[in-house]
Design a protein around this ligand. Structure first.
Ligand SMILES: [Zn+2]
Length: 448
């Protein structure tokens, strides 16, 4: 039984506007928005929203929650719990769990596990690579929220679609769902690796990472993938853009709903740049790599002018031991899902982005891009997935407040000015001022 809740006098950040009002939540949905009094809310729990800001729950379009198979790094319970503590109420998880999600049976198994363990609402990509291409082409691909090759190259080299134009031709000419690709050319990367290996041996300095996984490797890959997608009118989404150069390959002269080619930026690429390698070493080793300060600024510019459509995290936990190895052995990826909204609110505090734009890129547009039903907006009749934020409540990221199973973050020591005080998932108040409710499972995302 859901408790009815009314949030009073809150600034709702929604659809390009901020307005002060009340929000009434009942039976899991946003029942009424407006100045409410008396009868309708008399049995409801009241939360005072004075001075606070209410966002639609964040929808993270790219996470790696590691279950099944890699649960020493993270699992659907621990990472979804960290997500809701940071205001993220829905996520889409990538296919490089073990076994890789290359069949509908394995996909169904992930849905089954999530229905028992996930605090947040969830969906999953079906994996696609050279090995299962023919069987994917036999499936009704319109039933998937998306197909992706992201992360699959970790299990087997040569699994990036970007390296196989023939595979892309076949897939793009047949697939009816969104095709989300990791865009780097392995051939260019391998050539660069040899150059640096010749110079440094196995102990290549991490500062060389963006020169090995170079701008050229990203740009050539993205350019070719877009050309093939345009030829077949495929629905292509380029994951985690890292270079300013690539942003010029995307359009902003048509609305998102009309785009066949879309892209995203992950929060770490708006926060870190190559100057941070010296301080943080392999903790900020990502694929594709964090690039230059000019790239960081260029990505933010493209986000603001709508060439970049959404913000994700690519949340990818590893144990510290797996991260703190020499360059070639250190795992790529880092945990971010608990801190994504904080990074964006900090950029707001720095005057670099508006609150309305944050809601658009982290909530509205993710729902539009993936066709997610009744989420991503603060609207009557929509699911009550909501995140309440105090913009003036500074705190510092430290081991004691990190909720990831791996227990660390590249943001340790960082002070953020804002704090998520309440998170609602399907109308349930699951997180309040550092405390969690009893476990209530999230729901499977429905899409059009
Ligand atoms: Zn990823």
């Amino acid at each position: 039984m859901h408790q009815s809740i009314v949030i009073k006098n809150v600034n709702i950040v929604n659809e390009g506007q901020i307005k002060s009002t009340d929000v009434f939540i009942q039976n899991g949905f946003i029942q009424k928005i407006g100045n409410l009094s008396g009868e309708i809310t008399k049995d409801a729990k009241t939360i005072d929203g004075t001075g606070k800001y209410l966002f639609p729950g964040i929808i993270d379009g790219q996470v790696h929650f590691r279950e099944p198979g890699l649960t020493h790094k993270g699992d659907l319970y621990t990472e979804s719990r960290a997500a809701v503590a940071g205001g993220t109420t829905s996520f889409i998880d990538m296919p490089n769990t073990v076994p890789n999600v290359l069949t509908t049976e394995i996909l169904d198994e992930k849905f089954r596990i999530a229905s028992k363990k996930s605090w947040a609402n969830y969906s999953f990509f079906l994996g696609v690579n050279n090995d299962n291409l023919d069987s994917v082409l036999q499936m009704d691909t319109s039933q998937f929220i998306g197909v992706s090759d992201d992360g699959l190259y970790f299990t087997k080299k040569g699994n990036l679609l970007a390296d196989s134009p023939d595979t892309m031709e076949k897939l793009f000419s047949n697939c009816k769902s969104i095709i989300a690709i990791h865009s780097e050319m392995e051939k260019i990367i391998e050539e660069n690796e040899e150059i640096y290996r010749a110079e440094y041996g196995e102990d290549v300095p991490i500062a060389c990472h963006p020169l090995i996984r170079s701008e050229e490797g990203c740009y050539q890959s993205t350019k070719r993938a877009i050309a093939i997608a345009e030829k077949h009118k495929a629905r292509l989404h380029i994951l985690h853009l890292t270079t300013e150069a690539e942003t010029h390959l995307f359009r902003n002269d048509i609305p998102l709903r009309e785009k066949n080619i879309t892209t995203e930026v992950s929060v770490q690429n708006l926060w870190f740049s190559d100057k941070d390698y010296q301080r943080l070493g392999t903790l900020i080793k990502w694929n594709p790599a964090i690039k230059t300060e000019q790239d960081r600024v260029g990505l933010l510019k493209a986000l603001l002018d709508d060439r970049i459509d959404i913000i994700t995290t690519d949340h990818a936990p590893h144990s510290l031991e797996e991260k703190e190895k020499p360059y070639f052995q250190s795992m790529s990826g880092a945990p971010m899902v608990q801190h994504s909204l904080y990074i964006m609110l900090e950029l707001y505090k720095q005057g670099l982005i508006s609150l309305e734009k944050i809601a658009e890129k982290m909530c509205h547009n993710v729902a539009i891009l993936y066709g997610i039903e009744k989420r991503g907006f603060i609207r009557e009749g929509y699911f009550a997935d909501l995140t309440l934020v105090d913009l003036n409540s500074p705190w510092t990221v430290g081991k004691e407040n990190i909720l990831y199973k791996c227990g660390w973050s590249p943001l340790e020591g960082e002070t953020f000015q804002s704090k998520v005080t309440h998170t609602f998932v399907n109308g349930n108040l699951v997180y309040e001022n550092g405390n969690f409710s009893e476990f209530i499972p999230g729901q499977r995302l429905e899409f059009k």
